[in-house]
Design a protein around this ligand. Structure first.
Ligand code: DAK
Length: 261
């Protein structure tokens, strides 16, 4: 499929989606969010894809929702259309994807851009990355998870500070705060994330899905419920052919050949 605001490439079991509105700093207009939801859904439905990478390229991730498109909307417009729904569907697609989604962030990830990165399973950033929820500066507030996912990721103090002052967090602070899994140099970002994604895609897909579900549950569940869910999922992996193959391959000192079954 071809898109007006995205580039999508598929190789080695990995789908890479690049936001492509460079003149507007990848601001998330309705076309982009609609296309992004469609692209994530299409990669998710593709059995050959074991990991999705979401990036804005090596300059900027996304400077937030498109303010110029949004500025004349009324409360009625937003409420009745549910933001509009099509735009919300973009976060829904990432949120509901069972295939892991890795964000590769260079430069600004602001407002909806930060929220988009937060909706991914983890974030790899360059040292140029800047995360922020600057909506307060334009008289509004985060609306796609900034007060919720950011708080769960970095804790109340930093989330309050960022949302109330609009200040940006640089890559080092973001890594210290647990927002970012690793920092890489700008020229290595896409290669590194492709390698990480390829590694994930090489593993048993059903086992990857169970791990993703279990880690996601840890964010909200009570510890004992989470541990029980994990234990049950661990036992369930023994029903996968891939689990037998992985353990036999270890015992036979060879590489496993997973069939994703
Ligand atoms: N919208 C539209 N255009 C933008 C933009 C944005 N968010 N950010 C940048 N641009 C455009 C600029 O207008 C400029 O375009 P031209 O003037 O050249 O045509 C071009 O990108 C370059 O920007 P600057 O000239 O401003 O570049 P600087 O390096 O000086 O500054 C900046 C970069 C990123 C610091 C600055 O552009 C900036 O502050 N941008 C706005 C950041 C912001 O406030 N973001 C939050 C927007 S509100 C929801 C989903 C999403 C949301 C809410 C709900 N639901 C599903 C319910 C999200 C809301 C938001 O993100």
């Amino acid at each position: 499929m071809t898109y007006e605001t995205l580039l999508v490439e598929v190789a080695d079991g990995v789908g890479v989606i690049t936001l492509n509105r460079p003149k507007a700093m990848n601001a998330l207009n309705q076309t982009l969010t609609r296309e992004l939801g469609e692209a994530v859904d299409a990669l998710e439905a593709d059995q050959a894809i074991g990991c999705i990478v979401l990036t804005g390229g090596d300059q900027v991730f996304a400077a937030g929702a498109d303010i110029k498109e949004m500025k004349d909307l009324s409360f009625h417009d937003l409420y009745v259309s549910d933001f509009p729904r099509i735009q919300r569907d973009c976060w829904r697609a990432i949120d509901e994807a069972r295939t892991p989604v890795v964000a590769a962030v260079a430069g600004f990830a602001l407002g909806g851009g930060c929220e988009l990165a937060l909706a991914c399973d983890f974030i790899v950033a360059t040292d140029s990355a800047k995360f922020g929820q600057p909506e307060i500066g334009i008289g509004t507030m985060p609306g796609a998870g900034g007060t919720q996912r950011l708080t769960k990721a970095v804790g109340k103090a930093k989330a309050m500070d960022m949302c109330l002052t609009g200040r940006m967090m640089d890559a080092e602070e973001a890594e210290r705060a647990g927002l970012v899994s690793q920092i890489v140099s700008a020229d290595a970002l896409l290669d590194t994330v492709r390698k990480v994604a390829k590694k994930i895609a090489s593993h048993s897909r059903p086992a990857v899905m169970m791990i993703k579900e279990s880690v996601d549950l840890a964010v909200d569940a009570d510890l004992q419920d989470g541990l029980l869910f994990e234990r049950r999922n661990f036992a369930a992996t023994f029903a996968f052919e891939d689990c037998k193959e992985g353990m036999n391959a270890f015992a036979e000192k060879r590489k496993p050949v997973f069939k994703h079954r």
